[in-house]
Design a protein. Sequence first.
Length: 357
Amino acid sequence: MLFRQLFDQQSSTYTYLLADPATREALLVDPVFEQARRDVALVEELGLKLKWALETHVHADHVTGAWLLRERLGSQIVISRASGAEGADRYIDNSGVVVFGKRSVQARSTPGHTAGCLSYVLDDHSMVFTGDALLIRGCGRTDFQQGDPRTLYESVHQQIFSLPDDCVVYPGHDYRGLTCTSVGEEKLYNPRLAESIGVEDFAGYMRHLGLAHPKQMAEAVPANMVCGRPSSSNISFAGQDWAPLTYTFAGMWEVQPNWLEEHAREVQIVDVREPEEFNGPLGRVPGAKLMPLGSLSEKISSLEKAKPIVTVCRSGARSAQATVLLGKAGFDKVANLSGGMLRWRAQRFPVEGGSDS
């Protein structure tokens, strides 16, 4: 199975991508609104078909990206029936199964952090995605959104700790840089929920956490009750509209050689190679300006901010870094030439200078 663990720095949220390599069908667990473009880029780069966006619960610390993903990729939103959320494509209860290709996950109802919490167990019981019900050496809070410590205690012990000890636990968050744990580890070492700890001890522990409410709670909960649908209908997923750009998983905008060949006069072409490469065998895109990456910052003032910029190098690596530098300097219409001069020459587009050897 293809598996990726993704992270949102602002909310310390993990998003999980699972895909069946045979059929390329995939699902995402707990996508984040601000990371939807990243998630789309990864799905498209890996050649996957996103079928499902699964929510473990109605989040209070970030807005889900499920609605955006549905708009862009046609995926369907799955959430617990007990969540009370509107706008999902499928509402499931305990034991509900979500199929992607030849693989599947089964929902286990794990309320207590919220009333509508679900954990998702992979078909071979090798992985479980627990949301906030069970964290690494911790658990989600129980002091709002119909939370209840005794309910959470029973959920974890009955639905999660009943899985094999070597089942890997992937939580909804981690605030210390940890990535995963196992059922066996948490049964032994979780300071709140270990098997040696009784329900009354756990309830007392949770009543005295004294935590402030999440910073985004006032925005996140109402938005997540409609599966992340924005209040404005003018959300632009593309981000830039001056060319048919592709957003890569590395976080860069790219333009394809065929578009640049047809629209070269409409943009500024900045070649960031060294002079000997610019005048070397690969040649250069007609009309390109030489601005080596090492001295780009010194020459930025000669560029027009209103006119789009396409950066070029040999393979697309240095020019990708150039887009970052230009972005920091206030240029908001910048894209990298995908594949650089190597792809440009391979597709037999015209060059200045260079050789045919």
